[in-house]
Design a protein around this ligand. Structure first.
Ligand code: SF4
Length: 263
């Protein structure tokens, strides 16, 4: 069981995540919505558990979202799958060559990601899509472990302010210095770090943003076109795993190691 105490691979980490019941409010919610689905999903068997990350464990592009949707990922069992947010996101990922299909309908639809991995600040569907700060904190060790295990990542896209902040906080928890001046969230904002990582901010492809026109398809596609350009440019540089120790995000502090070990 040692592997599950301190995951050594994304697969081990994900098997840990899907069994997690640390947040009583979220456990109750994810199961309650599955027990009383809307008419259009009547008869479907919901996943109703935490969602593992999804994608390529050797990815250079990492996406950090907010949390699964109650009748999207919480129903289908895969990040951004079975809801309108996923339609927008995978259209943009496919357009930039990170996904083999522009749609994400269910776990057996043949969708795969190339050079991209999707995770979230919180792995369970929260009521009204709003996790509390303590729930975000409780789920953070999983993100820290992903940041440790996804050694090839060069570019991170923060999907919405909460996902963007989760990555910034995660870097600092792993020992990276606080940025001065502090990065500001805004659609298309690009932050370059001294260790070679780049963070791109985007509005979340939630219906609240897409229905109102705050986020358009060309705007979202543009984010992943930028990510693709940055990765193409970085192609000739050594990967994080090839660099000497200390060249990337500094080794985790003792407290960060403790938090990540919980994952
Ligand atoms: S939100 Fe994260 S920490 Fe909380 S129960 Fe779900 S997986 Fe566990």
């Amino acid at each position: 069981m040692e592997g599950l105490q301190n995951p050594r691979s994304i697969r081990q980490l994900n098997s840990r995540i899907v069994a997690c019941r640390l947040c009583p409010r979220l456990v109750k919610h994810r199961e309650a919505v599955a027990a009383a689905p809307p008419r259009r999903y009547l008869g479907q068997r919901y996943w109703a558990r935490p969602l593992p990350g999804f994608g390529d464990p050797r990815a250079r592009l990492l996406l950090v979202g907010l949390a699964p949707a109650a009748h999207g990922g919480n129903r289908t069992g895969r990040m951004f799958t079975g809801d309108r947010s996923g339609d927008w996101l995978f259209d943009a990922l496919h357009h930039a060559g990170f996904a083999n299909r522009p749609t994400s309908e269910h776990r057996d639809d043949g969708l795969s990601l190339a050079d991209a991995y999707i995770t979230a600040a919180v792995h369970c569907a929260p009521p009204f899509n709003k996790p509390t700060l303590s729930e975000i904190g409780r789920c953070e060790p999983y993100l820290l472990t992903e940041l440790r295990l996804l050694t090839e990542v060069r570019v991170v896209v923060g999907l919405g302010r909460i996902g963007w902040q989760a990555y910034l906080r995660g870097r600092q928890a792993l020992g990276a210095p606080r940025e001065r001046p502090a990065p500001k969230f805004g659609h298309g904002a690009v932050t370059r770090f001294a260790d070679g990582m780049t963070l791109i901010a985007t509005y979340h492809p939630s219906q609240q943003n897409t229905f109102t026109g705050k986020l358009t398809r060309p705007m979202l596609r543009g984010i992943f076109e930028t990510a693709r350009r940055l990765l193409d440019r970085a192609g000739s540089e050594p990967s994080r795993s090839d660099r000497p120790a200390g060249a990337g995000v500094p080794p985790p502090s003792a407290s960060a190691r403790g938090a990540a070990r919980r994952a």
